[in-house]
Design a binder for this molecule. Structure first.
Ligand code: F6P
Length: 322
């Protein structure tokens, strides 16, 4: 291969810039050309290409967001859109791709490989941590630390006012942000889409909880089957009118901010491996980290939705909360 195209796609995640930097610098280290593609698949279709050098990625390792911008592309879902994208890659001499994103990104990459045979490797970039084949995705550590930081502050005011707070965190289909950050803040209960939420069981837990504890924090993943934080709050208020209940929805602050060191190192390691493996002729896989080692998973397996969470983490919540 001679020229690697790199792009970010889907929801952004802190650490994507560290990944872009590492792809660019590794390609240059091995005397390859590298081209940035703006706005993911949309930029590929509309010819938004940017030759990259060492300087293009200076001073970005610490920045959230993505300098290449990102988008969710409807046009790439059509055969005509993909053909346009492929023709543009050929016109720019790009003969391999590193795709940074989540399940939508890898689904697109898989179809693209099947149709045109272009080598693509993927880096897991999403705050949700919902990809199989890696213990952690790039951005997840930063996101859970953002949640912990915010909920620690909420705990201060909850404690001062003897209040119960219902905090909604991101995760349309995944409760992994809720679960880990919930353990980190000592939440009284955590509601996630992977387990069926039994609202009466939640009430019982709240009843059983220590009476002398003045603040209570419930963490709700946005995709929980009990509904969002406001629905849960309405049910709690109804059952426990004596609690002074408030709702806080953390929203997109979870997607931004300086990546943690863990996300920067993860992004750097995975990106170096991706470029090296593209040179060896690998394609159609996501590069992840499992038990500290680099691990390759075919896109079709990486995107299989994970419906289970580690039962030992759920048990920890049960033992330590209330
Ligand atoms: O996939 C990342 C994520 O932040 C999810 O946790 C969330 O449900 C979704 O993206 C929000 O997407 P958008 O920014 O397009 O509203």
């Amino acid at each position: 291969i001679k020229n690697i195209g790199v792009f970010t796609s889907g929801g952004d995640a802190p650490g994507m810039n560290a990944a872009i930097r590492a792809v660019v610098r590794t390609a240059l280290y091995y005397n390859l050309q590298v081209t940035g593609i703006m706005r993911g698949y949309d930029g590929m279709i509309h010819g938004e290409f940017l030759p990259m050098n060492r300087k293009s990625v200076s001073n970005i390792i610490q920045r959230g967001g993505t300098i290449l911008k990102t988008a969710r592309s409807d046009e790439f879902r059509t055969p005509e859109g993909r053909k346009k994208a492929y023709d543009n890659l050929v016109a720019h001499g790009i003969d391999a791709l590193v795709a940074i994103g989540g399940d939508g990104t890898f689904t697109g990459a898989n179809i693209f490989i099947e149709e045109f045979g272009i080598p693509v490797l993927g880096l897991p970039g999403t705050i949700d941590n919902d990809l199989a084949g890696t213990d952690f995705t790039i951005g997840y550590d930063t996101a859970i630390n953002t949640v912990v930081d915010a909920v620690d502050k909420i705990r201060d005011t909850a404690e001062s006012h003897d209040r119960l707070f219902i905090v909604e965190v991101m995760g349309r289909d995944s409760g992994l942000i809720a679960l880990r950050s919930g353990i980190g803040v000592g939440a009284e209960a955590i509601l996630i889409p992977e387990t069926k939420t039994d609202i009466n069981a939640l009430f019982k837990r709240l009843e059983k909880g220590r009476k002398d504890k003045s603040s209570k924090i419930l963490i709700v993943a946005e995709g929980d089957d009990a509904g969002g934080a406001f629905e849960v709050a309405a049910a709690v208020k109804d059952r426990f009118p004596q609690y002074d209940t408030r709702v806080s929805i953390l929203g997109h602050i979870q997607r931004g901010g300086r990546p943690t060191c863990m996300d920067r190192v993860l992004a750097s390691r995975l990106a170096v491996a991706a470029v090296e493996k593209l040179m060896e002729g690998r394609k159609g896989e996501m590069v992840g980290l499992v038990n500290g080692d680099i691990y390759y998973t075919p896109f079709r397996n990486a995107i299989k939705h994970i419906n289970e969470v580690n039962p030992s983490l759920l048990k920890i919540v049960e033992i330590l909360s209330l």
